[in-house]
Write a protein that binds this ligand. Sequence first.
Ligand SMILES: [Zn+2]
Length: 146
Amino acid sequence: MAKKKPTYPAAARPEPALARKRPEGVRVGRASAGLGLFATRPYKKGERVIEYVGRTLTNAEEYSSRSKYLFEVNKRKTIDGSMRSNIARYINHSCKPNCEPEIERGRIFIDAIRNIKEGEEFVYDYGEEYFNEHIKPYGCRCAKHT
Ligand SMILES: [Zn+2]
């Protein structure tokens, strides 16, 4: 007898990506800005590093959320990547990035924009709005600024 799938309200439905196995080729470690995500093997320019996964927020949740891990996919979709299973949330900001977020069919991927050596920290530019609001007031701790 087939089991009935559980039904969730739209906002609580887990993203399909969360069911996938834990990512390879990356590890969480100490960085200049707290914890960071590092390469455990070399990456080629253009290679996909990891997916930024999270829960899709309703408009009301988006408005009231205090999460630092909100990621705007498009005008109508923002995800909250604060859950522990989202390893990509460890990727720090840099003004001189080696990665870039790539949005494909409503999902966010972090891709290498140059060759990355084993042991190197993955970083991407969080964008002007986030930078001005959350980084600038405390001083940027990226490689370019330390
Ligand atoms: Zn910086």
